[in-house]
Design a protein around this ligand. Structure first.
Ligand code: HEM
Length: 415
């Protein structure tokens, strides 16, 4: 309503100005501003009580104002202007951005079913043949079946145990390529489901594709961030190395003894907080009209949770811009990286609830194991002549990566 009043005021003011410059102008031309601006008012959030946001224009919506670069930092700037839940119109599609832990709880947990779908777009439809995968598929029976079929081979504690030996071997040869024998074991389950007729051969392809995208890249990005920060913070690296040697001595670092290494876990958490590999989670969508923070959310709205901001807002974190794993041992010692149970909604690098990352069970120990192993056996430093590793970020809608890959020098630690 307020928007309509402002627009009418602007239109009347321009008509009045036009009249004083061109007193002979016909009434039609004088009312032209009002006629042109009225549709904007009518198209932008009118009718129901949708969340606030920039004034949107017919057909293009807010494209011209916000452009294509909807990264986590741009969205923070907009949240400061429009609030913790705001609406953008991108062409014909509504996009709601959530930037507050309470509202994130609503979207991901309390109303997890209502907001548990995924938006469709042409690119995903092509890559997933209209949602035959799991990550990008709509909420419903197909998603449930895919998640169930993928759980046993990929997302259980048993898998972590099963792959433990392989990871440990791999780390011994510093992440060299392997024969893939055990990966075939995981794929056996999937192929069995195909033979039983539970899924089609297309689904198998998209499962492999999903694992490729969701699992490998994300884990690699977080490792790269962790290594870069440890090189730039030699005191953190030193403290971590001390913990590793004090607790383990000559004992090798394995998945089972991660529990005894709180500082290592804190380093992993701090890396995922400051450099969340998927800063905006994977977009959610409500299949039906819903309510959020008192506002009406039209059905099939794309809903983005700015998880990075939840973990980096100075209102909720002490000096969030600092890489300081100690925070997870001191003032934030209760905070765990979880996707269910007693979750702190300020820290959601893996999301939470129904569409949360099932790979957390693999990703977290793997990140800690690799970082721990490297730090225990090597001092990681910048190459000669380089002062700091460049940690400039490249943020997109789906990823938060380091712009420039750097070279690191590894000095073996004498046992
Ligand atoms: C550091 C590593 C990783 C991070 C930070 C990460 C983060 C995430 C996030 C934020 C989501 C979306 C949650 C949401 O939409 O609410 C997600 C979904 C998903 N992740 Fe991960 N992930 C990681 C590693 C993995 C691994 C190793 C796997 C597989 C082994 C995996 C498999 C998946 C799948 C299948 C989904 C889609 C779940 C669904 O839509 O129901 N991720 N991940």
């Amino acid at each position: 309503m307020a928007k309509l009043a402002v627009i009418t005021l602007v239109a009347v003011a321009s008509a009045y100005a036009a009249k004083s410059f061109f007193p002979d102008l016909s009434p039609f031309f004088l009312s032209l501003p009002l006629l042109l601006l009225l549709p904007f008012a009518l198209f932008s959030g009118s009718g129901s009580d949708t969340p606030p946001g920039p004034v949107s224009f017919p057909i293009v919506g807010n494209w011209l104002q916000v452009g294509n670069d909807l990264n986590h930092r741009n969205l923070v700037d907009m949240a400061k202007k429009y609030g913790n839940v705001f609406l953008l119109r991108l062409g014909a599609r509504n996009l709601v951005v959530v930037s507050d832990p309470k509202l994130a709880t609503e979207v991901l947990h309390t109303q997890g079913v209502e907001f548990g779908s995924r938006p469709r777009n042409v690119v995903w439809d092509i890559f997933t043949d209209n949602g035959k995968d799991m990550v990008f598929t709509e909420y419903g029976d197909h998603w449930r079946k895919m998640r169930r079929i993928m759980t046993l081979p990929f997302f259980t504690n048993k898998v972590v145990q099963q792959y433990r030996e392989m990871w440990e071997e791999e780390m011994e040869i510093l992440m060299a390529a392997r024969d893939g024998k055990r990966l075939r074991c995981a794929m056996d389950y999937i192929l069995e489901a195909e033979m039983n007729g539970e899924i089609t051969s297309d689904n198998v392809i998209y499962i492999v594709e999903n694992i490729n995208v969701a699992a490998i890249e994300t884990t690699l990005w977080s490792m790269e961030w962790a290594i870069a920060e440890l090189v730039n913070h030699p005191n953190v690296q030193q403290r971590l190395r001390k913990e590793l040697w004090d607790v383990l001595g000559d004992e090798p670092l394995t998945e089972t003894n991660l529990q005894r290494l709180p500082y290592l876990q804190a380093v992993a958490k701090e890396t995922l907080r400051l450099h969340s590999p998927i800063p905006l989670l994977v977009p959610h969508m409500n299949l039906e009209e819903a309510k959020l923070g008192g506002y009406d959310i039209p059905k099939r709205t794309k809903v983005i949770v700015n998880a990075w901001w939840l973990g980096n807002n100075p209102e909720w974190w002490h000096k969030p811009e600092e890489f300081r794993p100690e925070r997870f041992l001191d003032e934030e010692k209760e905070v765990e990286a979880l996707v269910g149970g007693k979750v702190d909604f300020r820290f959601l690098p893996f999301g939470v609830g129904r569409r949360s990352c099932p790979g957390i069970i693999v990703a977290l120990p793997l990140l800690s194991l690799i970082v721990g192993k490297l730090v225990k056996d090597f001092e990681m430093v910048t190459p000669p002549g380089v002062d700091k590793i460049d940690v400039t970020e490249k943020g997109g809608q789906f990823s938060l990566q380091i712009v420039n890959h750097s070279t690191i020098a590894f000095h073996p630690i004498a046992p």
